[in-house]
Design a binder for this molecule. Structure first.
Ligand SMILES: NC(=O)c1ccc[n+]([C@@H]2O[C@H](COP(=O)([O-])OP(=O)(O)OC[C@H]3O[C@@H](n4cnc5c(N)ncnc54)[C@H](OP(=O)(O)O)[C@@H]3O)[C@@H](O)[C@H]2O)c1
Length: 334
């Protein structure tokens, strides 16, 4: 898609679409949900909306426990009966993610909804403590690892109750204008992840963030093809361009935010809509609260090859860099 066409479409969508809240008759009584990146922004609003529909237990996955407690204090006001717990989670630490998933496995007697939403944007090359480029680590690898590790408790609940669990991975329409040459033709030993980690592959600006959201789409499809929709429905929504601290690093963001951005409440509604409604959305992309096609690249021969290669590289990387995750359990027969 050309950038001009993309931005014209985006402006039209931002000016004309109004996200609907969850219908009043949706009751989440008895259910447990996990939301990552839940202390602020879209994750916070989505967590609050889920809690306000009589959700029984809500786990706020946050980097900073004090910020998580502040978010909890606000959510308690709209959902005083919900058991809200703040759990530490840092997607730049393998140990933190493994501990988080282990806690979910041992502490929760059921798990119904997972909203993997944490993410960031940086305009300059930044290396994460894991040694990966920070978008690759946080937006892609961290999300992918959690999706694997948390799928087991979700599946167990689904099989006990006889209805599928829900997993939603926040993406963005910017995946439509991501620079795909970096993943179709990686320059470093033909490895996509090695190439994206290499500072010479980084162009200052937001294109690496765009690419990380395309990787989330590819991962969602690869994961969905390995999960049964009767156990877990996994989908990936675009919340639109929203006012939030997300764009603080971007000097153009303020201007766009002022005139065109959705509020964080409206952004959060796109996420809750995907996480609770649309039983037909397994492996799907949603935008404007409905199923929409992925970028054309994803359906192309090259896109299908990249999806498989990315899956293979990612699983190999988890086996090597995070053996404590015991990824074998989730990838039998791969
Ligand atoms: N805002 C938009 O216009 C927009 C549009 C499309 C998609 N999205 C996506 O929506 C999601 C939420 O964005 P937002 O607008 O709500 O941004 P935000 O207000 O900046 O919130 C991002 C959340 O992610 C958390 N996070 C960042 N790095 C983390 C890490 N290493 N480990 C754990 N948590 C981490 C942040 O924690 P801290 O508070 O500790 O930093 C925060 O809770 C992101 O995935 C973003 O890509 C946003």
């Amino acid at each position: 898609m050309s950038n001009i066409y993309y931005f014209l479409q985006l402006i039209w969508y931002q000016l004309t679409f109004k996200a609907r809240p969850l219908p009043d008759d949706i009751r989440l009584e008895g259910q447990t949900a996990i939301v990552t990146g839940a202390n602020v922004g879209l994750g916070f609003e989505a967590a609050k909306e889920l809690a306000s529909h009589e959700l029984s237990r809500l786990i706020l996955g946050v980097r900073d426990l004090a910020k998580g407690e502040a978010a909890k204090a606000e959510i308690v006001r709209v959902a005083p009966k919900c058991d809200i717990q703040v759990w530490q989670l840092d997607q730049e630490s393998w140990a933190s993610m493994v501990a988080f998933a282990e806690r979910a496995r041992t502490d929760l007697d059921r798990l119904d909804i997972i909203l993997l939403n944490a993410g960031l944007k940086r305009l300059e090359y930044t290396r994460s403590p894991t040694s990966h480029e920070v978008h690759v680590q946080t937006n892609y690898l961290g999300t992918a690892l959690l999706s694997l590790l948390l799928s087991e408790p979700l599946r167990q609940t689904a099989q006990k109750l006889g209805k599928p669990g829900r997993m939603t991975i926040t993406t963005s329409s910017v995946g439509f204008i991501a620079p795909v040459r970096d993943i179709t033709n990686p320059q470093e030993g033909n490895s996509i992840i090695n190439w994206l980690d290499n500072p010479t592959s980084f162009v200052p600006g937001d294109s690496r963030y765009y690419l990380s959201k395309l990787l989330d789409m590819l991962w969602t499809r690869a994961l969905a093809s390995r999960l049964s929709a009767s156990d877990i429905i996994v989908n990936t929504p675009n919340p639109g361009y929203c006012q939030s601290s997300f764009h603080r690093v971007d000097p153009n963001g303020d201007m766009f935010s002022k005139y065109l951005a959705f509020t964080t409440v409206e952004g959060g509604r796109h996420l809750t809509d995907a996480a609770v409604r649309h039983p037909d959305s397994h492996g799907a992309y949603l935008s404007e609260q409905r199923l929409r096609p992925f970028p054309n690249f994803i359906y192309s021969v090259e896109g299908v090859e990249v999806q498989q290669k990315l899956w293979d590289e990612t699983i190999t990387l988890f086996r090597q860099e995070c053996p404590e995750a015991n990824i074998e359990e989730f990838t039998r027969g791969e």
